[in-house]
Design a protein around this ligand. Sequence first.
Ligand code: FES
Length: 294
Amino acid sequence: MTDSIKILVVDDESVVVRSCKRILETEGYEIDGASGGREAIITMEKKAYDLVITDLKMPEVDGITLIRWIKKSRPDTGVLIITGYPSQETIKEALELGIIDYVPKPFTPAVLADVVGRAVEWKKKKVPEEEAKKEEEFPPSMIAELDKMIKSHRNKPGCLIPVLQRAQEMVGYLPPIVQKRISKGLNIPAAEVHSVTSFYSFFTMTPRGDHIIKICLGTACYVKGIEEVLGKIKENLRIDVGGITGDKRFSLEAVRCLGACGLAPVMVIDHDTYSAVSPKKITQILDEYQPVSK
Ligand code: FES
């Protein structure tokens, strides 16, 4: 349960605030609402929040101005944005300011709960001590190679994404310790490195299994019953979204739309797309992916 996590939802559309409140309160969060940036700042001057979920386009004090204020005056508060246009251009400035992630509009309860849950988990991590321990898990030669690669990109414009791609190829994923080395090596704020890592779906912050299951929690799939499919997968594999099976055979990821809404509900395993998938088919589908001999 997620008790005592306080979240402020800021949107000039009251229906969005009400929806977030309804969905997130059932997840155990404490939710307040504000109708714009000005009201949000006044509210935050009186009460501390773990997370702020804000729209970008709002009259008077907009989302970017609000995020700047939060970063300066309430740096411990994490920020998620809600946007109808999740392209890099529209949220570029927000990414540079160090938001944790974004929620696409319109959103389903499952997507909102997933994005908020991951943001809360990320915020809770006691990074410095755990990072020090995790660093020992990587062979020194790998760390040295990583540092060498980062150094070779330093001062090159637009180098962050290529460095993240290369680092993921080398390490297999992008844990906090790797992001921290990249941040330090390229002299880019850690929050920006994290924002970019979580924005692009081809980056992962957790180790992946031999087969990657991507389950779509977008609106069309949600309406067609993807939650029951997800429940069956979780039951079969005994893992949650973001998890990996003990034998490293499967990892399970949630995505917001696979671009095949007409075939909903949809899931993808590696490069295979399964359309109109139902809970009854899950066991048979998973059985097709035999363990990979090592
Ligand atoms: S919503 Fe699932 S594929 Fe688009």
